[in-house]
Ligand binder design. Structure first.
Ligand code: PRX
Length: 646
């Protein structure tokens, strides 16, 4: 495989501190026992854990029904996800403990105990029922990082209405596509949210999305957050404070089938249309609960902070569902990491005595750039464990995190997983694993991860290959919403019986996994997946553009940056202003995350004889690398011309 190679050789090793290992939720002995149990009888292992960890209203008989790629876990069982997160804690000491400590970007604070959160979720559930939401109806949630976001998703879970959360940074067109794809009739949003001192007008974006499509939307429930003026459609729009706040705090949660869809979350794939990844209830509940406890070592006294947005899978699994099932105290922050100053995160850690901190490599690289002083002026001694997710972390960033934030004391868990996997798959266990900067280390007990060749054979140590999961696991995606063919082809197309994650990787002589990045047409910008096709479609929708090819280029801060090669329909006089216009157009169509770092105009794009754009060559050019294999190129002069234009 020519496109999967890595020269990274990291020799530094960090053994778990014996004092950490001693108190860890998962120590070496239990880890060994779990691994052996899973190897001995895979289904019995999962069945035992499911019965132990979840509150079942009705027990299951069949642990797994597997007809690749369709899995059903614990299928006769019945349960309620909100009950796992809330009700189960109400007759324990956790009842009066803080579930969410929230800080708004302007600085206001709110704390909700488990009991209070339960009451709010019940109110929201009652209000949704009153609006006519029924079990199975998809509810779109487009909110800033405020407690109502957690309340809304838990309320949906409580009434069996799958939620579809859309990240607040997405533009009206992206909202429209997702609402239409899911045929969602209800939207929960806010007037706005705060970001770097400005209001992001969320309700306006929803209005715009609904003005151009989504004819089936019946109601929009609106939280008042920023007090900016909003347009109002009387028969459609409802204020949260008019309905939810006055609803009853009593709600009897109904039990749903283990396989009942809990949520849809849209992510980028290789074709233009975003795909709605569907997760089921019980398996997802089980794995997010266990992984939170194992990987983050959560204890009752911890204050845990995952800095992701609930609009991404990380926020679903490790802000809301995993930590709440474990009765943890969650820190939640609305705004930007550098507002009002680049020390905002460390200020929050110090003031709230955060103990476990989970963020993305792109954020770590930004902190490095902003300078150590912002870190050093804060007391970070409350921290005891650090995590990263979203993209490979460069060893230098890992070491900075270890030294500056962790003071060489806190274990670092580099967690590899995906929207589709539901929960963490490959990660160090803080009391067990010797960590290596840049490696996500080893699969968790029960996760059957391998590196295989194109023929599906396991490859030897240090050989690049495809990262696959051979056995189904409880929190795996169940489908692509409304598109089982895409599910099958996308994940079980390359290897019939193995889940293919889309990542290239290698395993070193110690069995540690090194993720080398996506091998499909997906760009990872700041830990967020963007499909090249999506961005290309956005560019081509501009009248000046004839054809576009979008490729990644390595970027110190974002991991990867977007470079667009564009051919034009017409001659343009002012190419610079056209570049700016196209760049804004992409932001308008998809959102700010998709803004190209560079747009290059060209006469033609390199294509194979069958007419396929050779993005790999463009990526080489964009990155300043020597172009790889060009034997299938139809017209070699195109490449020389592109180079000359460089
Ligand atoms: O390429 C891998 C990268 O992010 C992809 C999944 O993206 P998404 O579904 O948006 O989920 C991100 C958060 C779970 C993967 O296919 N990725 C994620 N975590 C890591 C990673 N790459 C290397 N190391 C990681 N720890």
């Amino acid at each position: 495989m020519t496109n999967i190679s890595s020269t990274l050789q990291e020799t530094r090793r960090f053994k778990p501190d014996p004092s950490f290992a001693q108190q860890a939720n998962l120590g070496p002995q239990l880890y060994q026992a779990l691994k052996e149990e899973a190897a001995q009888d895979y289904e019995a292992y999962w069945a035992r854990l499911a019965r132990k960890e979840l509150v079942w209203r009705k027990d299951f008989q069949t642990t797994l029904e597997w007809e690749a790629p369709f899995a059903k876990w614990f299928q006769e069982g019945e349960l309620n996800m909100a009950e796992q997160c809330l009700d189960r804690h109400l007759n324990t000491a956790t009842k009066h403990k803080a579930a969410i400590i929230w800080e708004g970007e302007p600085g206001e604070q709110r704390t909700l105990t488990y009991q209070q959160l339960h009451a709010k979720v019940a109110q929201c559930a009652n209000a949704l029922l009153e609006m006519g939401v029924k079990a199975g109806d998809v509810v779109t949630v487009y909110l800033p990082m405020i407690p109502e976001l957690a309340i809304a998703v838990l309320a949906c879970a409580r009434i069996g209405a799958p939620h579809s959360v859309i990240f607040g940074g997405f533009a009206p067109n992206a909202i429209r596509d997702r609402v239409e794809d899911a045929d969602s009739k209800f939207i929960i949003t806010a007037d706005g949210g705060w970001r770097r001192g400005s209001v992001i007008a969320l309700k306006d974006n929803v209005d715009e999305a609904l003005a151009t499509g989504c004819p089936n939307v019946q109601n929009v429930l609106v939280v008042k957050r920023t007090n900016n003026a909003v347009k109002w459609t009387d028969e459609r729009d409802i204020w949260w404070h008019d309905t939810v706040d006055s609803a009853s705090t009593k709600h009897q949660a109904q039990a749903f089938n283990a396989e009942h869809p809990l949520f849809i979350l849209y992510t980028s794939g290789t074709t233009g249309k975003p795909k709605g990844v569907v997760h089921a209830t019980a398996g997802y509940a089980l794995w997010t609960k266990l992984t939170t406890r194992w990987v983050f070592d959560l204890k009752p006294e911890d204050t845990y902070w995952c800095t992701a947005d609930v609009g991404w899978i990380t926020g679903h699994s490790y802000i809301v569902y995993g930590p709440l099932q474990n009765g943890a105290t969650i820190m939640m922050y609305e705004g930007a990491p550098n507002y009002p100053e680049p020390d905002r995160f460390w200020d929050i850690v110090e003031r709230h005595q955060v103990t476990v901190f989970y963020t993305a490599p792109t954020a770590i690289r930004a902190f490095m750039k902003w300078g150590d002083d912002h870190v050093l002026k804060h007391d970070l001694s409350s921290l005891r464990l650090l995590g990263t997710v979203g993209e490979p972390i460069n060893p230098e960033a890992w070491i900075w995190y270890h030294e500056l934030i962790g003071k060489e004391r806190c274990p670092i868990v580099d967690t590899w997983w995906q929207t589709e996997t539901g929960g963490i798959m490959i990660s160090p266990l803080p009391g067990v694993t010797t960590t290596v900067p840049g490696s996500a280390t080893q699969p968790l007990p029960g996760i059957d991860a391998h590196i295989v060749s194109g023929e599906g054979e396991d490859v030897g140590p240090n050989q690049g290959g495809y990262l696959v999961i051979k056995k189904p696991w409880p929190s795996m995606l169940r489908n692509i919403y409304g598109n089982p063919e895409r599910f099958k082809n996308g994940y079980y197309g390359r290897f019939e019986n193995f889940y293919f994650a889309g990542d290239g990787a290698r395993r070193d002589q110690d069995g540690n996994f090194w993720i080398m990045g996506r091998i499909d047409d997906v760009i990872n910008v700041s830990g967020h997946r963007l499909g090249t096709m999506e961005i290309e479609s956005a560019l081509v929708s501009h009248p000046a553009v004839c054809e576009a090819a979008v490729v990644p280029r390595p970027d110190d801060l974002k991991g990867q940056a977007i470079v667009a090669f564009v051919t034009l329909e017409v001659e343009a006089d002012d190419l610079e202003s056209l570049k700016a216009e196209l760049s804004d157009h992409v932001v308008q169509e998809i959102g700010a995350l998709a803004r190209p770092a560079e747009i290059r105009f060209t006469d033609s794009l390199p294509k194979t004889r069958s007419g396929k754009i050779m993005r790999r060559l463009l990526s080489d050019i964009a990155s300043g690398r020597e172009a790889g294999d060009t034997t299938t190129l139809e017209d070699a002069s195109v490449l020389n011309k592109l180079r000359d234009e460089d």
